[in-house]
Design a protein around this ligand. Structure first.
Ligand code: XMP
Length: 503
């Protein structure tokens, strides 16, 4: 496997995902643990990630020089590249920097750049730069602004640009070259090949008692439930708490699917309890708090009634495990997770079968498990559901509008064949009104905002350039099928500065 040393930010995750896309397993570690980890036999090479720091700051993240002396290939990216320069006797200076798409010229042929043309477009994002390479380093590529873009000495490489970013046209190829040609990794790693091992591990761990899985219809919790069920059969109990904030038909479909696989599902209709508490609440965080708290209460009540409930299985993913450079304790539940806020006396041991995987890998596992495409490619959906898409005081009327409008948005995108290409697509309603003409009468109605975004990891997102005809169809269907709506707008702000959800 390849070890990725995390110098902060989201870079390390992108790098690990790209390496895994090339079929090579990658794991993230902290600078403090880097050398110890790098010594492990399975680690074939090390990547030093980019990060927001400057090697001039003090303290700035660092790794012991030993990392270069293990005889394993090292690739420094951006900050990692500058750190190599500084530690090995080169000079790093502060310059004008380069940001965005930049042209680089390859000046020396190397296995790292196999498949690259003489000139390639890369993604740069740096202020500091390597002014003078350390002794013995050969320059492999130079940017259009004259900066060192890639360098090498023996098994140590540095690149100033970001090969992990999609805008670097041949970046994925560079990472694959590093893993395959330079580190010599032969075996291919595919997430779906690990199903048997995961199931075995759950079976080993959970020798007696019931395993509770909180399911929501999402790909993570559905896959978790299926894996647990494969491991312990009828000792797996899925609990579906219906908070009344799901999209149309969602609870019914989710429950039916799990039951068709033979999983025991306890369906809890708690719609009334949630909606009553939410009625009239305008503040966004308050809505989230109410949903989280009510969920925890109900979930506790239900699980308390299950005899011999011992374990709680949840679909925690790798990015939740590795957070901001620190590997968190295995027993902590993420605060925005659905099952957060359980009372301390409520003692269940956590089972997290997906903690080594990224979302797109979970989708591959879902596919391999034979789950229907509807689940495999299901869009991310916030835990507090449609409550965060009703802006201003919460009312059942606005909830019904959002639900109907979202269905139309999804149907029209599916018809146009773009639903799977976008990250999320939904409708939002607030209290803005617009005068409309219904029949021959003027009538004031709601404004519905349609939000369709493209994204890779939800950290950044771009509004989707859907064809006008599709938007037109969405708009005319919403105003004709939902009489309370007189205007449809399209949200054309990316993230940042906006967020994906309205609240
Ligand atoms: P924002 O709106 O912050 O959303 O750009 C980023 C992604 O996270 C999802 N999201 C949530 N997911 N519980 C969740 O499980 C939440 O409270 C929550 N809020 C936002 C959102 O749908 C988007 O994909």
């Amino acid at each position: 496997k390849i070890l990725v040393v995390n110098f902060g930010g989201q870079y390390a995750h992108l790098i690990a995902r790209r390496v895994r896309d090339a079929g090579v397993y990658a794991e993230i570690t902290t600078p403090e643990n880097a050398v110890e980890k790098a010594r492990e036999g399975e680690v074939k090479a090390v990547i030093l990630s980019g990060g927001p720091s400057s090697v001039y700051e003090s303290p700035s993240p660092d790794v012991p020089t030993e990392i270069f002396e293990l005889g394993k290939p090292v690739l420094g990216i951006c900050y990692g590249h500058q750190l190599i320069a500084k530690k090995m006797g080169g000079r790093v200076a502060r310059g004008k920097g380069e940001y965005g798409r930049t042209l680089v010229k390859v000046v020396a042929r190397d296995p790292l750049l196999e498949g690259w043309g003489d000139e390639e477009v890369v993604w740069m994002s740096h202020g500091d730069y390597v002014e003078e390479p350390p002794p013995g380093f050969e320059i492999l590529a130079v940017s259009e602004n004259g900066y060192i873009a890639a360098m090498r000495k023996g098994h140590i490489y540095g690149v100033q640009f970001h090969p992990e970013v999609n805008h670097t046209a041949k970046g994925a190829l560079l990472l694959e070259n590093f893993a395959r040609r330079i580190a010599g990794v032969k075996e291919s790693w595919r997430p779906e090949d690990h199903i048997t091992r995961i199931v075995e591990e759950i079976r080993e761990r959970v020798r007696e008692g019931q395993v509770i899985v909180a399911v929501s219809g999402g790909v993570d919790s559905t896959v978790t439930a299926v894996l647990v069920h494969k491991a312990v059969g009828s000792r797996a109990k899925a609990v579906f708490v219906d908070h009344g904030l799901f999209r149309e038909g969602e609870p019914e479909k989710a429950v039916a699917l799990l039951r068709s696989i033979g999983i025991d599902v306890i369906y809890v209709d708690a719609k009334g309890r949630f909606l009553e508490k939410l009625e009239g609440v305008a503040d966004c965080e308050e809505k989230r708090r109410i949903v989280g708290e009510t969920f925890a209460q109900i979930f506790t009540e239900v699980v308390s009634g299950i005899r011999d409930a011992r374990y709680l299985a949840q679909g925690t993913l790798y990015p939740d495990v590795v957070e901001s450079g620190a590997v968190k304790g295995a027993d902590k539940i993420k605060s925005h997770h659905n099952v957060a806020g359980l009372p301390p006396w409520f003692k269940l041991e956590l089972v997290e079968p997906l903690r080594d995987f990224y979302k797109d890998e979970v989708r591959k596992i879902a596919k391999a498990l034979g789950l229907p495409d509807e689940v495999v490619y299901r869009q991310p959906f916030p835990g507090p559901g449609l409550a965060v898409r009703v802006v201003g005081p919460f009312t059942r009327e606005k909830l019904a509008i959002v639900r109907k409008a979202t269905k139309i948005v999804e149907e029209e995108l599916a018809r146009a064949g773009v639903l799977r290409k976008v990250w999320q697509a939904f409708a939002v309603v607030g209290d803005d009104k617009w005068v409309g003409v219904k029949g021959d009468r003027r009538a004031e109605g709601y404004v519905v905002t349609v939000r369709i975004v493209e994204s890779e990891d939800a950290m950044t997102a771009d509004w989707s350039r859907v064809p006008y005809e599709v938007l037109e169809k969405i708009s005319s269907r919403i105003t004709s099928e939902i009489p309370e709506v007189t205007m449809v707008t399209y949200a054309i702000t990316s993230k940042p500065p906006s967020t994906i959800e309205p609240c």
